[in-house]
Ligand binder design. Sequence first.
Ligand code: PLP
Length: 426
Amino acid sequence: MEKYENMNKEALQAELERLQQEYHSFQQKGLKLDMSRGKPCPEQLDLSAEMLRMVDNYIGETGVDARNYGQLEGMPEARRFFGELLGANADQVIVCGNSSLSMMYYLIDLGWRAGFVDSIRPWRFFNSIKFLCPVPGYDRHFRVTEYFGFQLISIPMDDNGPDMDMVEKLVREDETIKGIWCVPVYSNPEGTVYSNETVRRLAAMETAAPDFRIMWDQAYAVHHLTDELCSVPNILEECKAAGHEDRPLLFCSTSKITYPGAGVAALAASSRNIKHILKNLSSMIISYDKMNQLRHVQFLKNKEGIMEHMKKHRTILEPKFNMVKDTFARELGPCGIAHWSDPKGGYFISLYVPDGCAKRVVELCSQCGVVLTGAGAAYPYGIDPQDRHLRIAPTFPSLDELETASLLLCLCVKLATVEKLLHTQR
Ligand code: PLP
């Protein structure tokens, strides 16, 4: 097949007609498929069924009755369990409720409302406050800081993580920049793994704000899709060694290990941070769901247990990711109109289409019954300046559905591109 960029107007017109016919036959199928949100599929949820059948006593290893109030910091065995996962001592961990995102929200709220241990004043007393947002990134991260009135500053990502020259320069000069969102392992949506150098520079950089925070979201740290099992240096240790012990706030949850919405989340930070957070948290809540914490520890046991469990997820997910990538390579590769990420883990694939075409692709797919994440979702304020990025979530649909949806997606990318080329040639 000839590359689209080499086609003259007549060839493009003929291609447009051919694609439109194909599109109409898709429309007739009455599809109803969703490649928008990164949800586990039912088979993945079934992997944790045994956890719900576990009938055991709810008295923890130190005699704490998980059925009752108390122990806001979490069950001791759960703190140890998440400490191993996050690379922190058990006493630097708070085990929370079902959502790590809600804890991220809570900690941004804490900085905004009351400030942190090293704040000169709470963030709400600054005339303008800013937050760094590596792009493309997780829309809900951006939304939290937007909600609190931060100005969102996009930081381009490359294969090593955020552009550190830009980050270092900005934070050195501006005390109103209060933090950065990071998903260091298998970022959402690129699947990028931060390089060792990026992690060390984040830990060591000088910041004008004394209370600068790295929001270190380990959402996909154990969600491997290859044998490589990528990881990054321990940010708590790196920051401590650089004299910035209070800088990082680490988060994770079992949302995509056991059950989204019914899993367990945890955070880790310096001892000073943990003390400050617990003191403030106690105005809001008496204790989290410790029964669920115990169930999770009994079921998954430790990091080794998690890795074994995650292999089962990989068996389900790897063929789905391969299906999407193979379809892209076959259908889009020869036209020379797109490129995409090849993640070694996580939940997403980034697809880059020609500038100005992403919104149109989403529209075309939706008119054929396939829901994609809105174009621009991975950028602050939902605006992709080049309108070219699409976040593809291959986990939820079945393999058959995914094959159909990927084929339609490729068709829509071609259609949108040819429309654009014909329009600009006019
Ligand atoms: N962090 C990232 C990067 C995510 O992609 C998601 C869910 O998609 C979450 C956090 C949500 O985590 P939780 O279910 O623990 O709130």
